[in-house]
Write a protein that binds this ligand. Structure first.
Ligand code: GDP
Length: 533
C-alpha cells in the first residue's frame, strides 16, 4: 500500500516540493507529486523527516535561549563573564561599545561566539555581511634609541611619497599607511607607557605589536618590558630587527635572545616572524609592511561601519585657537561632522574631522584614525568614546559625569591591598596572583625568584615583569594593567611611582629580608585558601 508523494507530504506537514528534495537527498527520487512511494520507503522518509524536525526544534530552542535586546552589563550577567574582559574586546570584534546600547539577539549570539562562550554556531550569513574587512591597528614598541621614531618616520615617508610628493604630514598620534590599496594604522605614541595606559582604561585598540630591537645592541631592559606588555595584552608580535646597516649588526644574536623568551623564529620552527630592517636606509621596510598585512589577514579583522560609532582615544591636546583636540581610532560605525559624542569624562559635538594626512573630512568610517574638534574638554588617552543620539542625550551624559565626579571626590580612593586583590581574584575565579618584582641586583632578583617559585600554594604566582632597580611609574602601570601588585626587594619606589600607585590603588610592598617577603606571601596565600573552603 503505497502512498502518493503529496499525501505523504500532507501527513508530514511539508510542502510536496520540499519532500521531493528530501527524497532526492535520501536517494528515493520521485518523478512527480503523484508518484507512488512504497510503504517501506515511506516509513524511512518519515523517520528521517521527524529526526530533522527534532534537530531543528532543539537548535531553535537553543537559539531562543540567547537573550535579545540586552545591554552589555546584562550580557555579562547572563553569560557570567567579567565586564572588563568584554569591554576590552567588543569593539575589536566590530560591535559598538555603549553602556546604554541594547544588543540584538544576533549581536549577542555573534559576540558570545567571538568570545568563545558556549553557544550554537553562529550561521546567520546575512548578518555577517554587515561586517567588512578592517585595517589593523599597529603599535611600535622597543628600547629607547632602538629606532622606533625613525621607523615610523620612514614608513610615513614611504607612503606620503606615493600620494602627494613633498607634503609633510603632521603627527597627530597616529598615521595611516596604504599598501596595495589596504590601510594599516600606526599608533605614533611609541613607548610602553602609552600602551599600558591604553590597556588600563580597558580598551585594547592594538591588533599587532612591532617589537623593534637594534641589531647592534640586542635585547635591552625596555625590550623585555615591551615584550611583557605585548604578552599581557595577548597581541601577536612581529620583531623588527633594526639597524642592520650598521657594521656591528648581529641579527642572529637578537633571535637567540628573544627565542629564549618565547619568541621562537619561524625559521627555527617557531611562530614569530623576524624582519630585518634599516629604518635609516629603508631596507626591509616594504617587507615589514607586507608581513603586517599578512598577519592582519590571518587575524581576519572585521568591523561594522554602519552601526553606532565607538572607539578609543589615542592622544589629546588643547589648541589655543580651536580648543580641545583628540585623535581617536574609530573602531565601529562612522564618525561624522555634527555627531554628538561622549569621550571618557567629556562630551561634545564634532565641529570638524581631520584625517592623518591633515585633510579635512566630513566622515571617518571604522576602522580609521582621525582628529576631532568639538569636545568640551580633553579626554585622556586610552578612554573609550561613543556616539550619542543627540543634544538631549549629551546633556544627560554630562549630568552623569558631574555626578560621578562628585561621588568620587566624596569617597576618595583607597589603595588596593594584597588582601583585596586575593578577594577579587576569588570573585573572578581566577586563581593566579600577578606580581611585578624589582630588586637591587641581578643576584638578589634571582634569589627572590627562586624562593617564590618554591612556595607551595594551589594559587600560582606569575611574575609578569621583573627588573633590577627602583620601582618606577611604568611598574605601577603594568601592575594596574595586569591586576597585580608590586614586590620590591632592597629597593624603594620613586615618588612618581608612589603617587601613581596611590591614585590607581596599587599596592607596593618592599622587603629587605627574603625570608620575610616569602613568609608574608605564604601567609596571605594561605589566608586566601582557607577563606575558600
Ligand atoms: P627611538 O628612541 O626608539 O624612537 O629611536 P630613534 O628613532 O630616535 O633612533 C635613535 C637613533 O638611532 C637615531 O640617531 C637614529 O638616527 C638611529 N637609527 C634609527 N634607525 C637606524 C638604522 O636603521 N640604522 C642606523 N644606522 N641608525 C638608525
Amino acid at each position: 500500500q503505497g502512498k502518493r508523494v503529496y499525501e505523504l507530504a500532507k501527513e508530514l506537514g511539508l510542502k510536496s516540493q520540499n519532500l521531493m528534495d528530501i527524497m532526492q537527498e535520501l536517494g528515493i527520487p520521485a518523478k512527480s507529486t503523484l508518484s507512488v512511494v512504497d510503504a517501506e520507503s515511506a516509513s524511512l522518509i518519515s523517520d528521517y523527516v521527524n529526526e530533522l524536525k527534532h534537530k531543528a526544534k532543539e537548535q531553535k530552542e537553543e537559539l531562543e535561549s540567547i537573550p535579545d535586546n540586552i545591554t552589555l552589563v546584562e550580557f555579562c550577567a547572563h553569560f557570567g563573564v567579567p565586564i572588563e574582559e568584554v569591554r576590552e574586546k567588543i569593539m575589536k570584534f566590530g560591535l559598538p561599545y555603549k553602556p546604554s546600547y541594547r544588543y540584538s539577539r544576533q549581536e549577542v549570539h555573534y559576540l558570545a561566539q567571538e568570545l568563545g562562550l558556549k553557544v550554537p554556531p553562529f550561521l546567520d550569513e546575512e548578518f555577517k555581511k554587515r561586517f567588512v574587512k578592517r585595517a589593523p591597528v599597529v603599535t611600535v614598541m622597543g628600547h629607547v634609541d632602538h629606532g622606533k621614531t625613525t621607523l615610523l618616520d620612514t614608513i610615513r615617508k614611504t607612503n606620503v611619497a606615493a600620494r602627494e610628493k613633498g607634503q609633510i604630514t603632521q603627527a597627530i598620534g597616529a598615521s595611516t599607511v596604504r599598501i596595495h590599496g589596504e590601510d594599516i594604522i600606526f599608533i605614533d605614541t611609541p613607548g610602553h607607557e602609552a600602551f599600558t595606559e591604553m590597556r588600563l582604561r580597558g580598551s585594547l585598540v592594538t591588533d599587532i605589536v612591532i617589537l623593534v630591537v637594534a641589531a647592534d645592541e640586542g635585547v635591552k631592559e625596555q625590550t623585555i618590558e615591551s615584550l611583557n606588555h605585548a604578552k599581557a595584552a595577548r597581541v601577536p608580535i612581529i620583531v623588527a630587527v633594526n639597524k642592520v646597516d650598521k657594521p656591528g649588526a648581529d641579527p642572529e644574536m637578537v633571535k637567540h635572545q628573544l627565542a629564549d623568551r618565547g619568541l621562537l623564529p619561524e625559521e627555527w620552527g617557531g611562530q614569530t616572524v623576524y624582519v630585518l630592517v634599516s629604518a635609516k636606509t629603508g631596507q626591509g621596510i616594504q617587507d615589514l609592511l607586507e608581513i603586517i598585512r599578512l598577519q592582519a589577514d590571518l587575524l581576519d579583522l572585521k568591523t561594522n561601519p554602519n552601526t553606532i560609532a565607538s572607539g578609543t582615544v589615542i592622544e589629546s591636546k588643547i589648541d589655543k585657537n580651536v580648543g580641545p583636540l583628540a585623535t581617536v581610532i574609530v573602531q565601529t560605525g562612522t564618525l561624522k561632522v555634527g555627531t554628538y559624542l561622549r569621550a571618557g569624562n567629556t562630551v561634545g559635538k564634532i565641529r570638524f574631522l581631520k584625517d592623518t594626512f591633515g585633510k579635512n573630512v566630513s566622515l571617518s568610517p571604522a576602522v580609521s584614525a582621525v582628529e576631532i574638534a568639538g569636545l568640551e574638554e580633553i579626554p585622556e588617552a586610552g578612554e573609550i568614546f561613543y556616539e550619542l543620539s543627540g543634544i538631549e542625550e549629551m546633556r544627560e551624559e554630562k549630568e552623569k559625569i558631574e555626578e560621578a565626579k562628585k561621588k568620587a571626590k566624596e569617597e576618595g580612593r583607597v589603595p588596593k591591598t594584597l588582601e583585596d586583590l586575593l578577594k577579587e581574584m576569588e570573585e573572578r575565579e581566577e586563581k593566579r596572583l600577578y606580581v611585578i618584582l624589582k630588586a637591587d641586583t641581578q643576584g638578589s632578583l634571582e634569589a627572590v625568584k627562586r624562593a617564590i617559585s618554591e612556595i607551595k600554594s594551589p594559587i600560582p604566582i606569575e611574575i609578569v615583569h621583573e627588573g633590577v632597580g627602583g620601582i618606577v611609574k611604568s611598574d605601577v602601570l603594568l601592575a594596574s594593567a595586569s591586576k597585580g601588585f608590586i614586590l620590591g626587594f632592597n629597593v624603594r619606589p620613586v615618588q612618581e611611582a608612589v603617587n601613581e600607585a596611590k591614585s590607581r590603588g596599587i599596592e607596593i610592598r618592599t622587603y629587605d629580608i627574603i625570608f620575610e617577603l616569602i613568609d608574608e606571601i605564604e601567609r596571605l596565600l594561605k589566608g586566601a585558601q582557607t577563606k575558600e573552603t
